[in-house]
Design a protein around this ligand. Structure first.
Ligand SMILES: NC(=O)c1ccc[n+]([C@@H]2O[C@H](COP(=O)([O-])OP(=O)(O)OC[C@H]3O[C@@H](n4cnc5c(N)ncnc54)[C@H](OP(=O)(O)O)[C@@H]3O)[C@@H](O)[C@H]2O)c1
Length: 276
């Protein structure tokens, strides 16, 4: 059985990814990460599969992530994990920058620190669910920052310092976009440090979930009028990065599972990004 951890999987895109994994691949077992164990249990009951198990996992907490890693380590009983999907995310609303960075970026770092040693050394994969808000944020940055955000050799210390400086400066204007640009940088950093693994990022697309519904409500338009798709449609790129042959590593993909640039938006159907 290929064992896969999905964080923030009790609803929305995370839950849809769990369902797609179980439906499309009979040889999989999913650890359904949920910061609230009860909400995770309910989600697991909805799925109704004996190939899924809830893991209490709050990516914002060192202790919770460490305890979850111990639980998964005991459950796999000496075997390795095939995949990790870092899906948990917040921040389209009014959350403070520090809070958003703590979940969307430091959350991925915490999960990597605690779970990467459990991943299969040669075939293991990590998929980070970032967002087109990342490249859209970078497109508006000055040249120095743009160079930073496209650097495949970026190190965690530099990402950490950039985030701390942004919090100190009260740079709250686009907390979500900044967090997703940093999460793309962290993806490159992790891929560079673990070349035998496949570690990539993708956007699910514009998907109707609890994250985006308030935006639709405030705009006075329906999710469909705004072009939002279903959570199921939002799994395409993540499933590609988990299971298909991949040409590169540390790359960012659009919702159509096509490689996309880190410093400008690429619409689904546009030609693939072919840069370094
Ligand atoms: N929807 C879109 O259009 C869109 C577009 C681009 C990228 N994304 C990204 O896709 C991912 C999933 O978002 P979604 O749209 O499915 O939103 P959602 O329905 O709000 O689901 C978010 C999930 O993350 C979990 N979560 C939040 N904070 C957490 C924490 N500290 N620890 C563990 N889990 C936590 C939530 O758990 P609770 O139920 O406990 O809150 C929930 O399970 C996010 O990374 C988001 O940024 C979404």
């Amino acid at each position: 059985m290929r064992k896969i951890l999905v964080t923030g999987a009790n609803k929305g895109i995370g839950l849809a990814i769990v369902q797609a994994i179980l439906k499309n691949h009979d040889d999989t077992f999913v650890f359904l990460g949920s910061r609230d164990a009860e909400r995770g249990k309910k989600a697991c009951e909805t799925i109704g599969s004996d190939r899924a198990q809830v893991v209490a996992l709050d990516v914002a907490s060192d202790d919770s992530v460490a305890a979850a890693a111990e639980q998964v380590k005991a459950a796999v009983n000496g075997e390795s994990l095939y995949g990790i999907v870092n899906n948990a995310g917040i921040g389209l609303g009014s959350d403070a920058l520090e809070t958003v960075l703590n979940v969307n970026v430091r959350g991925i770092k915490r999960v990597s620190d605690s779970f990467l040693s459990l991943l299969d050394k040669s075939s293991g994969r990590m998929v980070n669910i970032t967002s087109a808000s990342g490249p859209m944020y970078v497109a508006k940055c000055d040249q120095d920052k743009q160079r930073f955000f496209v650097d495949p050799k970026v190190e965690w210390g530099a990402i950490d310092a950039l985030m701390s400086a942004a919090v100190k400066a009260g740079d709250e204007a686009d907390a979500y976009g900044l967090s997703k640009a940093c999460a793309n940088s962290l993806t490159m950093c992790l891929a560079q440090n673990h070349p035998s693994l496949r570690i990539n990022a993708c956007t699910p697309g514009f998907i109707e979930t609890d994250l985006t519904r308030p935006y639709a409500e405030s705009s006075g338009k329906s999710p469909a009028d705004l072009g939002m798709k279903s959570p199921q449609e939002g799994t395409r790129s993540a499933m590609h990065l988990l299971f298909e042959e991949l040409d590169g590593n540390g790359w960012y993909y659009g919702s159509d599972a096509v490689r996309s640039p880190l410093d400008k938006y690429r619409a689904p159907g546009d030609p693939p990004f072919a840069g370094d």
